[in-house]
Each structure stands twice: as structure tokens, then as C-alpha cells.
Design a protein around this ligand. Structure first.
Ligand code: PRP
Length: 214
């Protein structure tokens, strides 16, 4: 029997995903030990779990190095890879939003030179294009995005809002919601054809489990 490989986005999402797989009876004991290991094998079930950077999960899955991926919808939308989005796992719920100082609320769609700082250039560009055919200037950043409007690097940001604490503590606010986000399970297109039974088992069992928790 072939191994089914599951790529998990390192960090909080992986921790929750590991807890779910444990409840489903997979041997994930070694993963919970928080070592620097990146690959774990459940020999009995013939499953491998690999820990990868969130933005790399869709890459592993599209190329078939992983059959299944568990990653935030923000990453899936931003990467725009060719894969099946099979199941909304519901955890890690937050949203993508346009944020900035309150006074930008009325000016958001009037400027043709709006500078938008973000870790998500594709999502941001697409949102403004769809919202009103607006072309924006993307200022790509890789973290602490909330700083950009404060120091005049951009007028607004497109970023993840979870508790809203980061915005609040930096004097910013949500101006418009872009979309809801949460962890999703994605599947490689060929794997779905080759191993439909074993993959759909995981989908169904995870689905049952998350609905029980709700
Ligand atoms: C994320 C996101 C926001 C913050 C939102 O950043 O980019 O900055 O969390 O969470 P909150 O609404 O609960 O405050 P992350 O913690 O990943 O750090 P980063 O700024 O280095 O990207």
C-alpha cells in the first residue's frame, strides 16, 4: 500500500490538525513532542505527515509531493494553485479585510493611486479590481503590516484580522471585509483519482469530527 502524505502548515493550524488526526486514531505522538523533525510516519495506517511553511503547502500539494494539505484559506487564495479545495475545517477562523485609519473609509475607492501594503498582493489586487475596477499600488511586505499606514508607507493595508487587537492597539480599524477565512483541506488532483477511497475517508472522518465538536 502506498503512503498518503499530508502537508500541515507549521504553527497553530498544524497543532489543531494534529489534535484532530489524533482523535481519528492516527499515531501522531511523535509530532506532539515539538522536536525539529519535519516528517512523521504512521506505519500502520501508511500515512506520512510533513510540516511545511504555510505558503508552501499548496506547492507541495499541486506537485503531488503531498496528497493532502491543511492550510489557511488566505494561503490557498493567494497562491491560486491548481488543487481541489475539499473541506472547510472551520478552525482558525478569521477574516481578510481592508484596514486603515477611520478617515480613509470614504476615500477608499476614489483614489487611482491608492497604496495598499500587504502580505497578500494577489488577494488585494483582485479585491479592488472586483469591488470597483480600481487599480491599486501594492506595497509588498512580509510582516508587521499594520505599521505601513502609521508611518506613511501606504494609505491602507489588506491583512488578516482575528481578534482585532493588533488593529486596535495601532489606532487602525476595519474599513471593508474582503472574505472570511479558516483552515481548509486541499487535495492533489491526481491523488484524488488514484486514491479516492482513502482520501475521501479522511474527508468524511474529519467532517464528522468537526461537526461533532460544533
Ligand atoms: C497576523 C496578521 C495580523 C494579526 C491579526 O499577523 O497579519 O497582524 O495576526 O491578529 P489579531 O486581529 O488577533 O490582532 P502575525 O501574528 O502572523 O504576524 P506578522 O505581523 O509578523 O505577520
Amino acid at each position: 500500500m502506498n503512503y498518503i502524505t499530508v502537508a500541515l502548515a507549521k504553527g497553530r493550524l498544524a497543532d489543531t490538525a494534529v489534535a484532530l488526526f489524533e482523535k481519528l486514531g492516527y499515531n501522531v505522538a511523535e509530532m506532539k513532542e515539538k522536536t525539529r523533525k519535519l516528517i512523521f510516519v504512521d506505519e500502520e495506517k501508511k500515512f506520512k505527515f510533513i510540516l511545511v511553511k504555510a505558503s508552501d503547502v499548496p506547492v507541495y500539494v499541486e506537485y503531488g509531493a503531498a496528497d493532502i494539505g491543511i492550510v489557511g484559506r488566505d494561503t490557498i487564495l493567494e497562491e491560486g494553485r491548481n488543487l481541489y479545495e475539499t473541506l472547510n475545517l472551520g478552525f482558525g477562523a478569521c477574516k481578510m479585510a481592508v484596514c486603515g485609519p477611520q478617515e480613509m473609509k470614504d476615500k477608499l475607492h476614489t483614489s487611482n493611486t491608492l497604496r495598499v501594503a500587504t502580505k497578500y498582493p494577489n488577494i488585494a489586487r483582485e479585491y479592488f479590481r472586483k469591488a470597483c475596477g480600481q487599480t491599486i499600488e501594492i506595497i509588498p511586505l512580509s510582516g508587521s503590516v499594520e505599521l505601513a499606514p502609521i508611518v506613511g508607507l501606504s494609505e491602507v493595508i489588506v491583512d488578516i484580522v482575528e481578534s482585532g487587537k493588533t488593529l486596535y492597539e495601532n489606532g487602525l480599524t476595519v474599513l471593508e471585509d474582503v472574505c472570511p477565512l479558516s483552515a481548509w483541506m486541499v487535495v492533489n488532483r491526481v491523488s484524488m483519482k488514484m486514491e479516492p477511497g482513502r482520501i475521501m475517508d479522511v474527508v468524511e472522518n474529519l467532517n464528522k469530527l468537526i461537526n461533532e465538536v460544533d
